[in-house]
Structures are given as structure tokens and as C-alpha cells.
Design a protein around this ligand. Structure first.
Ligand code: SP5
Ligand code: ZN
Length: 349
């Protein structure tokens, strides 16, 4: 019997990004995107025979990031984060550069300029944010590099903060840099790449980044933006730019979607992935589809993640999982294990 393991990559530097609150509807609410999310997954996997996680100690250069993101936005993120004192609280944007002809889209005041790039009040910045964000992108990048060099059939980038709401020149929704996009861009060395986004929220950033790229397929299953964040994208009629027509698929689902309904949607999406015939697959994995997640509304159970893993594994395409959301921190290890076991159980070379 072949030993079936998954190569997991992580960094400890995520721990210095610790916002406490998020500003929604005039209230300061709990910031669910916490260090314990990654700590729980690592601890849990450590107690299984599924992986010997690799700690990433380096940081990629800004040049690596600006292959995906606008140079000005990245320099701004760094400058703003570094301008914050060690003992200072996290800061939030309060003025947003909407698309009015009167809008000077890039203000000059450092804090005032926050709303040039950030589209909501859910991506606070503190002193540690920059380093954490770069470490998260590095985890994705190193995972993709080793995936290529060691011809892995699976790997797991345990990224934090998440990335799928960050686009080429915008960020928000707990995300700053798009880790999955950085990984996918590297994986293009192997041939066309498919990204499927299984976070509860639409991957608006990833969709935007590859909108005109016919070599990268993007498909997302998520809470319908008619009622769910991020509201402004994720509708079924978004099928890709004119250079990449029909390489983008959105499957919005209603509140309270069951595991059974979710798996039907996933089967449809995977059929399209299969037709695209990618050399590799990136799965933006969010566990905020779990029934007990504090912000999601879907009804998935622990066993459903094993079924998701199996459906993905049956494709037979080497797969890099990239961690996105999922906020029931104490359950994330178990949900992750279920997904990975499902995938490894059925994958055939
Ligand atoms: C990466 C990711 O999953 N980002 C998610 C950003 C979601 N922001 C919307 C949060 C709204 C929380 N509302 C909570 C209502 C609970 N009853
Ligand atoms: Zn999410």
C-alpha cells in the first residue's frame, strides 16, 4: 500500500496579524479571521499520519507580488502598515474612492488614501499586517514551486491571511494579496491552470485577476451575491472577458444550501474543469460553508468535505489547495482532515 500524504506548507509569521474587531453596520464586531484558524489545522494534522508540514522561513520579493498586483497598491500596503506604531490599534478606511468623475482616485494623505484600494471596512491594517501578508503569499508561492519541482499530486498552502477577495488593484474582506493567484501564475509553467473557489464567498479578486486570461479557468460556488457579500460580483452571467470568453463560471447558491445540493453544483463545475483539461488545479478552499460557521449560511457537514475531496480527486488532476476562509476555528482541523482524506483516497496517477 502506497503511503498517501499531502505536502503542507505554512509560516509562523501570520501570528503578528491580529485585528480584534471589524466595523459592520455601525458596530464593531468580532474579527473571525484569527491565528487560531491556522494553528488548529496544523495541530490537528500533526496528530494524523497525513502530513509532515514544512515551515516556510523565507519571504518572496515584491517583484513576485507585482506579477499579479498593481505596484502602487503593494507599495501603499507596505508603507501604511510600516507607518503604524507597534502599540497602535488597527486602522480602517472611512472614505472610499467611488467611480465618480469628480473622484481624485488616488489621494495623497497616507491614511486618507486607504479607500483608493480597499473596498470595504473588513481589511484592517496594523504594524504586523505587511509581514503576515507577504508570508502568506510566500507560503502559496513556495508550495507552487515545490509542486512543480517535485511533481507532487497534491499540496496544501496553509495561507493566512486569506487572499481571494484581493484583485489586481483592490483588497478587502480579510484579504490583502491574492495567494491563490500567485500560486496559479507559477503553475502556468506546467500548462493551463484551473482554479475552483469553494469558499462560501465569491472569489471576486481571483475572478478579476484572470478575467481576460484564457489559460486560467476560474469557477466559484458561493452564497448568491443577491443576498451575500461581496454583492458586486459572483453572478452566473459573469463568464469571462472577451479574450477569455467562457473560462469563468459562477454558481451562486441560496441560503441554507445542503451538502447534497452543494455536491451537485460541484459535479457541474468539475465537469467544466474537465473539459478545460488543465495541467494543474488550484482549489481556493474555504470552510465557511460548514453548517456551524459563524458567518456562512450553508449546511455542509464534516462528511461533506470528504465527499468534496473525493469529487476533486476523481478528476485526476494534480491539485494545490490554498486556504481561504472558514471561521469555526476549533473545527477547522477536522474539516481539513476530512477533505484531504477524501482527496487522497481516490486520486489515481
Ligand atoms: C476570506 C473570507 O471568507 N472573507 C469573508 C469576508 C466576509 N465579510 C462579511 C462578513 C459579514 C458578517 N456578518 C455576520 C452576520 C452573522 N449573523
Ligand atoms: Zn469566505
Amino acid at each position: 500500500m502506497i503511503e498517501r500524504k499531502i505536502q503542507v506548507f505554512f509560516s509562523d509569521l501570520h501570528k503578528i496579524h491580529v485585528p480584534i474587531t471589524v466595523f459592520i453596520n455601525g458596530r464593531l464586531e468580532t474579527y473571525w479571521e484569527v491565528p487560531k484558524r491556522v494553528i488548529n489545522i496544523l495541530e490537528h494534522l500533526g496528530n494524523t499520519n497525513l502530513s509532515s508540514p514544512i515551515k516556510v522561513e523565507t519571504l518572496i520579493s515584491i517583484d513576485e507580488i507585482t506579477k499579479i498586483h498593481d505596484n502602487n497598491m503593494i507599495n501603499y500596503l507596505q508603507a501604511l502598515s510600516k507607518s503604524i506604531m507597534l502599540d497602535q490599534e488597527y486602522i480602517y478606511p472611512s472614505v472610499f474612492a467611488i467611480k465618480s468623475p469628480m473622484s481624485r482616485l488616488s489621494a495623497t494623505h497616507l491614511e486618507g488614501r486607504y479607500g483608493t484600494y480597499c473596498f470595504d471596512t473588513e481589511a484592517p491594517i496594523g504594524r504586523g499586517t505587511w509581514t503576515s501578508v507577504i508570508s502568506s503569499a510566500t507560503v502559496a508561492s513556495v508550495a507552487a514551486s515545490q509542486f512543480i519541482s517535485e511533481q507532487l499530486i497534491s499540496a496544501y498552502a496553509l495561507c493566512r491571511p486569506p487572499g481571494h477577495h484581493a484583485g489586481s488593484s483592490f483588497f478587502g474582506g480579510y484579504c490583502y494579496i491574492n495567494n491563490a493567484a500567485i500560486a496559479a501564475n507559477k503553475l502556468l509553467d506546467l500548462g493551463n491552470v484551473a482554479i475552483i473557489d469553494l469558499d462560501y464567498h465569491h472569489g471576486n479578486g481571483t475572478q478579476e485577476i484572470f478575467w481576460q486570461n484564457p489559460k486560467v479557468f476560474f469557477g466559484s460556488i458561493h452564497g448568491d451575491p443577491q443576498f451575500e457579500y461581496p454583492y458586486y460580483s459572483g453572478y452566473a452571467d459573469e463568464v469571462g472577458g472577451y479574450k477569455a470568453y467562457n473560462t469563468n463560471i459562477n454558481i451562486p447558491l441560496p441560503r441554507h444550501t445542503s451538502g447534497e445540493k452543494y455536491l451537485c453544483a460541484l459535479a457541474d463545475l468539475l465537469q467544466s474543469v474537465s473539459e478545460f483539461n488543465p495541467a494543474s488545479l488550484v482549489v481556493s478552499i474555504g470552510f465557511d460553508t460548514y453548517y456551524d460557521d459563524p458567518i456562512g449560511s450553508f449546511q455542509l457537514t464534516i462528511d461533506d468535505y470528504s465527499r468534496i475531496g473525493k469529487s476533486i480527486g476523481q478528476l485526476g488532476v494534480p491539485t494545490l489547495f490554498v486556504q481561504e476562509g472558514g471561521y469555526k476555528a476549533s473545527m477547522l482541523g477536522k474539516l481539513c482532515e476530512s477533505l484531504v482524506r477524501g482527496y487522497l483516497a481516490v486520486y489515481r496517477v
